[in-house]
Design a protein around this ligand. Structure first.
Ligand code: IMP
Ligand code: MG
Length: 168
């Protein structure tokens, strides 16, 4: 669906945009594991202002392609968010359930600011309203893999975004 070159180019642009938007400041990137990790690493390399990183893991999907609507914190952040310019980095915003829950929870930790950056956005699939501040690509309602996104934990390592075709 999206080639390695296209993804790289877009991440470069987002990195430059974040560096401009937060010029003179420092940003704290919060990666939502596991899918957000590939994107966060590449993005952080292209940000030219000081960056710190932390990781958390929530689960709303099993080895399935449908949201259960249940969000569970599997691994919390190591560092506090208080007075930091926080950017949550996700692989994809789909129904929005995971992110709306997560952002509400992180807001209570008193960051100086809180934004959301996602590699992919599927606006057609939205069930819960979520404000996305930085989007790599808006994509149609298709199940995709690669660049961190998995199907049953596989294909995360593909360097491009591919569509999974299911037999009906
Ligand atoms: P949401 O809570 O429905 O927005 O789901 C977000 C999570 O669902 C993402 O972080 C992914 O882990 C997973 N997900 C949603 N769509 C896809 C997809 O097309 N491929 C792989 N994982 C997906
Ligand atoms: Mg995810």
């Amino acid at each position: 669906m999206i080639s390695e070159e296209e993804v790289d180019r877009r991440i470069q642009e987002i990195g430059e945009q974040i560096s401009r938007d937060y010029a003179g400041e420092q940003v704290h990137l919060v990666c939502v594991l596991r899918g957000g990790s590939f994107f966060m690493c590449e993005l952080s390399k292209r940000i030219t202002i000081p960056v710190t990183l932390d990781f958390m893991s929530v689960s709303s999907y099993g080895n399935d392609t449908k949201s259960s609507g249940v969000v569970r914190i599997v691994k919390d952040l190591d560092d506090p968010l208080k007075d930091k310019h926080v950017i949550v980095v996700e692989d994809v915003v789909d129904s929005g359930r995971t992110l709306s829950y997560l952002l509400e929870m992180l807001k209570k930790r008193d960051p100086k600011s809180l934004k959301l950056c996602t590699l992919l956005d599927k606006p057609e699939r939205r069930v819960v309203n979520v404000k996305v501040d930085y989007t790599g690509f808006e994509i149609p309602d298709k199940f995709v893999v690669g660049y961190g996104l998995d199907y049953a934990q596989k294909y995360r390592n593909l360097p491009y975004i591919g569509i999974v075709e299911f037999d009906d």
